[in-house]
Design a protein around this ligand. Structure first.
Ligand SMILES: C[S@@+](CC[C@H](N)C(=O)[O-])C[C@H]1O[C@@H](n2cnc3c(N)ncnc32)[C@H](O)[C@@H]1O
Length: 230
């Protein structure tokens, strides 16, 4: 049995609020993070000519030139406005929208891998936003199993808070790092309360961490992990 995406304009992680923020900050506050995502994507360099993007929204964090290297792009995105904006923002790309909800069931990652056997898979800042407190251990294990030998990557929220970070440089740390190891790289060892998005150890390889200030009062550590096999 598969679970299907239902159209939604008000999802907490996307929808109208997110489009408004993108419209306001994309060229200013977001610019350093967008550059960072571009360099992560360029370094990933997937071999497959087909790409599946999970949670693209309108592709605010995705570079047009990088997308243009793919012969086919599939997307899984429940927000109909986001899908329409995606087409307007990237007129040179054709996006094929699917309706598999890979987060709804424990077997979602397996269903995803089977539905798109020849595609590189990009989780585009979505895993840290879907599950309250992070993916369940079962879903996480299913993801690792489903992505074994596949070309895939994810950038996802790790921790967020309202306090302005002291530093914004990207750091690369081993897979077993704890939040206490990561926070001092951005907040200088100060005692701060953060919301833990529960996405540490999503992959069993090292992870890079960057800072995304989504608004002047909302700052997210975003993790990047990738695999080029497959
Ligand atoms: C923070 S936004 C992603 C940002 C986006 N990648 C960008 O470049 O601007 C998270 C997106 O995930 C989408 N989403 C929510 N539930 C989803 C699901 N079950 N499958 C795929 N995408 C989902 C939301 O509609 C939203 O557009």
């Amino acid at each position: 049995m598969e679970s299907h995406l239902r159209g939604q304009l008000w999802h907490a992680s996307g929808g109208l609020v997110y489009h408004g923020r993108a419209w306001r900050y994309r060229n200013t506050l977001w610019a350093p993070f967008l550059q960072q995502v571009e360099s992560w994507l360029e370094a990933w360099a997937p071999r497959p000519k087909q790409l599946l993007i999970v949670g693209p929204s309108a592709g605010y964090t995705l570079p047009a030139q990088w997308l243009s290297r793919f012969a086919r792009i599939d997307i899984l995105e429940p927000d109909p406005l986001a899908r329409w904006l995606l087409e307007q923002r990237f007129p040179d790309c054709v996006f094929h929208a699917g309706d598999l909800d890979c987060f709804a069931l424990d077997e979602g990652p397996m269903q995803l891998a089977h539905a798109y056997p020849h595609s590189a898979i990009l989780f585009s800042n979505v895993i840290g936003q879907i599950f309250e407190g992070g993916p369940t251990p079962i879903w996480r294990a299913a993801l690792q199993m489903a992505m074994r030998g596949r070309c895939w990557a994810s950038y996802h929220d790790i921790a967020s808070c309202h306090i302005l970070p002291a530093r914004r440089q990207v750091v690369t740390l081993p897979a077993c790092s704890r939040l206490e190891d990561i926070l001092p790289h951005f907040w200088d060892g100060r005692e701060i309360a953060v919301y833990d998005h529960g996405c540490l150890d999503l992959a069993d390889a090292q992870c890079a961490y960057g800072m995304w200030s989504i608004t002047p009062r909302q700052h997210h550590i975003v993790g990047w992990c990738s695999n080029t096999e497959g």
